[in-house]
Design a protein around this ligand. Structure first.
Ligand code: PG9
Length: 638
């Protein structure tokens, strides 16, 4: 329910310094929110004005800091309703802030042109702009014009707004005293929304570009097919979408032209620019099951860490999906129960104290370097680095015969002392598992129907990464290996790595590897969860990029090739009685576009006839021991 705003200044409006009064439009008072609302078109250095909603608390005993969100999703006059009980700003509001929300260039009521993930400006070009300069100019204006502010500002936000918060760190205004980039993307080719390891995120890329670039406001795609798995399959090669869109979506045109990690993607990547000593205390936030931007927060945290001489850079990771820490209590995600209200904990005990300390100067206990939620154990843990170094063993978990998974490497075949083959030539004597991957019958990434990402009737998108993987287990095109039930808990903390040897009869392939916690066959603690297959980490790798993301290369048919990639970090406890499972497959449709499996220079130009079934092998011999490397916490008794 939206609260109507009363128009007109009242006696409760905060006093404004006389010379500035003329520059601010008349305030409007939101009847029962406790804030006075101002709207301002704030001028940037190039003259473009950005629509900004400013909410000044009516009852404060002194001056208060400013908290700024810069977003492409529309700010509206009701943004301050987020301060109501149960909403995401409630805990912050208890300390007293001027809340400010701003439309990015070209979005909603702001002037100028929107450019998706606008690359940082060239400092040599006079009056050049980017999100860092827009943040700077905004903070500068706010501290000079907003009534009752204490001269300190913080910037925060989730995802796109998290990225604008991170961008503000490239050229921070002296009044910017705290930042919290939350689920911020960092690299749209290597990770995050648009590609993972070079594999194109088709459904997300298509639906997001349409939603953002059809007009200045949000316009979700209107599908004529409810199950978008069918819609995307019927669409056929990506070239059909390019033809349909007729160049109307600049971001799609960029996808189709920049199919490898070229200058276009590289110059967008924020981490390249985070090269100055960090002056602004920064709280980086991520969710272990973030379906959109999981790569970014770690990449940004790590880049800032290199510049952090005074211990101002912090990391928080909870059991959340994209932005889940801002929604409700965070006790569950999909069917997974974390035993406590983790989102509420974050807002009350981490985020509010962080800004209180940096902006109000009232500090409680110091913020730990890395505060991460260990799912499975369902407890918060602190570390003095991430990934942690002490008390961690890197242990390989090997794929074995008959679907087994073990901590021991495969034994050499044949008589003891037989020379191991050295060349990676075609060799049928090695042990392997095989499946046929058919791009015309791709494996769905979540149970169908796959509703549109932003379907207003609800979508399984937000929790797809915690779906029970039994929906694909034992499909003929999904391999799996699992341990015996564990006799002790196994806890991991750090980065998970897939190190496989694989071949295809085709000349290109995608490899998807999933690390899974298999609940007990009969789980007496919660019988309905018996046998549940929870994906703990998972990632895709497009084999054409195995040697270089800049220069894709065809695979040699039938030749075993090393495939090595990260499944990202995790902090997870596999409990006694559970099993650890690995699944490997070659499609994740339609979140990942179909690999034609026939090498073509640009998959956006592949023809229908290029999409061909191929036999894929994963080797598990002594000389090609495919495995995952897990950061296992001590004590570890396999
Ligand atoms: N994941 C969204 C996004 C961020 C940046 C670029 C493109 C998409 C978001 O939730 O804002």
């Amino acid at each position: 329910v939206l609260v109507p705003l009363l128009v007109g200044a009242t006696a409760t409006a905060a006093p404004i310094a006389a010379p500035l009064r003329a520059q601010l439009p008349a305030p409007e008072v939101a009847a029962d929110t406790g804030y006075v609302r101002y709207n301002a078109m704030i001028p940037m250095r190039d003259g473009v004005r950005l629509n900004t909603e400013i909410f000044v608390p009516k009852r404060t005993s002194g001056k208060v800091p400013i908290l700024l969100i810069r977003t492409p999703y529309g700010v509206g006059p009701n943004a301050v309703l987020g301060t109501q009980p149960g909403r995401s700003l409630y805990e912050l509001a208890q300390d007293g802030y001027v809340f400010v929300a701003q439309d990015l260039r070209g979005r909603f009521k702001s002037e100028g042109q929107f450019v998706m993930m606008r690359a940082p400006r060239d400092p040599k070009v006079r009056n050049a702009i980017d999100e860092a300069s827009d943040a700077y100019d905004t903070v500068d204006w706010l501290v000079k014009h907003v009534p009752n502010n204490n001269g300190r500002a913080g910037i925060f936000g989730v995802s796109y707004a998290g990225w604008t918060a991170a961008m503000a760190l490239l050229d921070p205004h002296p009044a910017l005293r705290a930042a919290s980039p939350q689920a911020s993307p960092a690299d749209m080719f290597l990770g995050d929304d648009f590609h993972h390891n070079g594999a194109f995120r088709l459904s997300y890329g298509y639906e997001y570009a349409t939603m953002m670039e059809t007009g200045k406001e949000i316009e979700p795609v209107k599908f004529d097919t409810y199950d978008t798995y069918d819609w995307y399959l019927k669409l056929g090669p990506l070239a059909n979408a390019t033809a349909k869109l007729q160049g109307k979506l600049p971001t799609w045109t960029d996808f189709s032209q920049h199919h490898a990690y070229d200058e276009f993607w590289q110059k967008q990547t924020i981490v390249r620019y985070l090269t100055k000593p960090l002056t602004v205390p920064t709280l980086n936030v991520a969710g272990w099951w973030d379906q959109e931007d999981f790569f970014g927060p770690f990449a940004i945290y790590q880049a800032l860490e290199k510049q952090d001489r005074q211990n101002r850079n912090f990391l928080v990771v909870g059991p959340w999906n994209h932005g889940g820490w801002n929604r409700a209590e965070g006790k569950t995600l999909g069917k997974i129960d974390f035993g406590a209200a983790t989102s509420l904990y974050f807002r009350e005990r981490i985020q509010a104290p962080f800004f209180r300390c940096q902006l109000h100067g009232r500090c409680d206990a110091p913020q730990p370097e890395a505060l991460v939620f260990e799912s499975g154990a369902n407890e918060w843990r602190t570390y003095d680095s991430w990934p942690p170094k002490q008390g961690i063993q890197q242990r390989a978990l090997y794929f074995g015969p008959n679907g087994t998974l073990s901590w021991s490497p495969p034994a050499a075949a044949g008589a003891a002392g037989a020379a191991a083959p050295t060349a990676m030539a075609a060799d049928t004597t090695r042990a392997f598992d095989e499946f046929v991957s058919d791009p015309n019958k791709p494996v769905p990434y979540r149970p169908r129907p796959i509703e549109a990402t932003y379907d207003e009737r609800g979508s399984g998108w937000g929790a797809w990464q915690v779906e029970d993987q039994r929906f694909v287990h034992n499909r003929p095109d999904v391999l799996s290996w699992q341990t015996e039930p564990l006799t002790e808990d196994v806890t991991i903390a750090g980065d998970v790595l897939a190190e496989m040897f694989a071949s295809t009869t085709g000349s290109d392939a995608d490899w998807i590897v999933k690390l899974i916690d298999v609940y007990p066959d009969m789980d007496t603690t919660n019988v309905k969860m018996s046998g549940y297959q929870l994906m703990v980490s998972g990632e895709v790798f497009r084999a054409r990029f195995r040697n270089s993301f800049e220069k894709p290369e065809a695979l040699v048919p039938n030749q075993p090739t090393p495939v090595r990639f990260g499944l990202h970090g995790q902090a997870y406890r596999f409990k006694k009685g559970h099993r650890i499972m690995v699944q490997v497959q070659s499609s994740w449709f339609p979140v990942i576009d179909r690999n034609p499996q026939t090498f073509v220079p640009n998959i956006f130009e592949a023809k229908a006839s290029d999409f061909r079934a191929a036999a894929h092998r994963v080797f598990r011999s002594a000389d090609m021991p495919s495995h995952l490397t897990l950061p296992v916490k001590e004590p570890f008794r396999p």
